[in-house]
Design a protein around this ligand. Structure first.
Ligand SMILES: [Zn+2]
Ligand SMILES: [Zn+2]
Length: 349
C-alpha cells in the first residue's frame, strides 16, 4: 500500500505532524480491533436508520407508540425493539400517564436533546434538498430575528465556518480501541437502510445518517480521497458492504469514483459537505456521552488552531443557534404567534 490511509491523508495542523503520521501497516491485532473514533462510538447508539427517524419524530413532539408507527410507517416489532433500545441507552424514558389504560409516553432525555445540532442539520439539509415527499411538516424559526432558520456551522472560537477543508482530525495517543468488536453489519442492516429511505421517501438524510457505514465513509473521505482497499481496511468493513454503500452515496451525488488501472479511488463531492455539520455534531455528541469517562478517541482542530467546538450561526442575524433560540412552528403559521409547544418540550431536557 502506498500508505494512503486516512491517517496519512490527515494534514497536521503544525508542520511536525509526527503524531499524525502514524504507522499505516495493519497488524493482526489492529485488524481484529479497529481504532475507535468519536463518530463510531456515537453511532454505536444511533447507528440504525430507524433510530434516527424515531428520534427526529420525538424531537417533533411524538410520544406515543401508535403515533410513531403511523408517522414513520415502521413495522411494529421494529419500532418496539428500537424504542426499547433507546430507553436502554437513556435516550428516551417511559412515562406512564394512565396506569389503568396502560398509556405509555416515550419522552426524550437530556442526552437526546443534546443532539439538537444534528437534528438542525437534518432539517437544514431537507430544506436545501427537498425530496418528492414533504418531509418537513414544520419550520424552525430563529427567535432573535424571526426568520425561518438558515444557518452555517461555525467555530465558536473564531466565528469562522467549519468545512472539511479547514479542520483536521487527530487521533489521541495512545490510540484507543473499543473493548467490544464492532457490531456485525448484516444484510438486515442493508434492508433497514432501504426500508427507511424508500418507505418514508424524502428522509434520505435522516436514514443515511443512521447508517454506520455511510457515515464512516463520509467521515473518512472528508479527510482525503482513499482507495477502496484502504477504506476497507481502515473501516474494517468487507468490500461487498462497502461497495453497496459507496454506490448509494454515488447515486446521491455525495461521492465520486475515479479509476486508475485496477484501482478505484473515492472522493467526497462538494454536495456532501452539507453533511459535515451533521457528522461533526454527532461525533461531538459521542465525545460528550459515549466515552464512559475515557478521553475522546480523537481531537478535531479548526484552522484557527483551537479545538473545534462548532455550532450553528444564523445567516440572517449572525446570532448563535441553540435550543432556546429556535422555535418550532407548523408550516404556514406566523413565527411570532401562539405558544411555542415544541420549544417548551425542548426545555424538559
Ligand atoms: Zn476556529
Ligand atoms: Zn437569526
Amino acid at each position: 500500500m502506498g500508505g494512503l490511509t486516512a491517517a496519512s491523508a490527515l494534514k497536521p495542523a503544525g508542520d511536525g505532524g509526527n503524531s499524525v503520521r502514524m504507522k499505516v501497516d495493519f497488524d493482526a491485532d489492529a485488524v481484529s480491533r479497529p481504532a475507535s473514533t468519536s463518530l463510531r462510538r456515537a453511532l454505536g447508539v444511533l447507528g440504525d436508520p430507524w433510530t434516527m427517524l424515531i428520534l427526529k419524530d420525538a424531537f417533533n413532539g411524538t410520544r406515543r407508540f401508535g403515533d410513531f408507527q403511523r408517522n414513520l410507517n415502521i413495522p411494529k416489532q421494529t419500532l418496539s425493539l428500537r424504542l426499547a433500545s433507546l430507553c436502554e441507552h437513556e435516550m428516551l424514558y417511559r412515562s406512564y400517564v394512565n396506569a389503568n389504560a396502560g398509556t405509555v409516553l416515550y419522552v426524550p432525555t437530556a442526552k437526546t436533546f443534546d443532539l439538537r445540532d444534528a437534528m438542525y442539520s437534518v432539517w437544514l439539509w431537507h430544506r436545501a434538498n427537498p425530496g418528492p415527499v414533504e418531509a418537513l411538516p414544520f419550520d424552525l424559526v430563529h427567535v432573535a430575528c424571526g426568520q425561518v432558520l438558515k444557518a452555517t456551522y461555525c467555530c465558536t472560537a473564531c466565528d469562522g465556518p467549519v468545512t472539511p477543508g479547514n479542520m483536521t482530525i487527530q487521533r489521541t495517543q495512545p490510540e484507543q480501541v473499543d473493548p467490544e468488536p464492532r457490531p456485525r453489519l448484516s444484510r438486515r442492516n442493508d434492508q433497514a437502510v432501504t426500508a427507511a429511505s424508500t418507505e418514508s421517501s424524502g428522509m434520505i438524510a435522516a436514514s443515511l445518517v443512521g447508517d454506520i457505514v455511510c457515515n464512516e465513509i463520509l467521515y473518512r473521505l472528508a479527510q482525503g480521497p482513499l482507495h477502496l482497499l484502504a477504506l476497507s481496511r481502515d473501516l474494517q468493513i468487507g468490500q461487498p458492504v462497502l461497495r453497496n454503500r459507496l454506490n448509494m452515496l454515488r447515486e446521491l451525488g455525495l461521492v465520486e469514483e475515479s479509476k486508475s488501472g485496477r484501482r478505484s479511488t473515492f472522493h467526497m463531492l462538494k454536495r456532501a459537505e452539507d453533511f459535515w455539520p451533521l457528522i461533526l455534531s454527532i461525533a461531538a455528541w459521542g465525545d460528550r456521552w459515549c466515552n464512559r469517562g475515557n478521553p475522546p478517541p480523537e481531537v478535531r482542530i479548526h484552522a484557527c488552531g483551537n479545538l473545534l467546538s462548532g455550532r450553528y450561526r444564523c445567516d440572517h442575524c449572525n446570532g448563535w443557534v441553540d435550543g432556546r433560540s429556535v422555535r418550532v412552528v407548523p408550516h404556514g403559521r406566523d413565527a411570532n404567534e401562539g405558544p411555542n409547544q415544541a420549544g417548551e418540550r425542548q426545555d424538559e431536557g
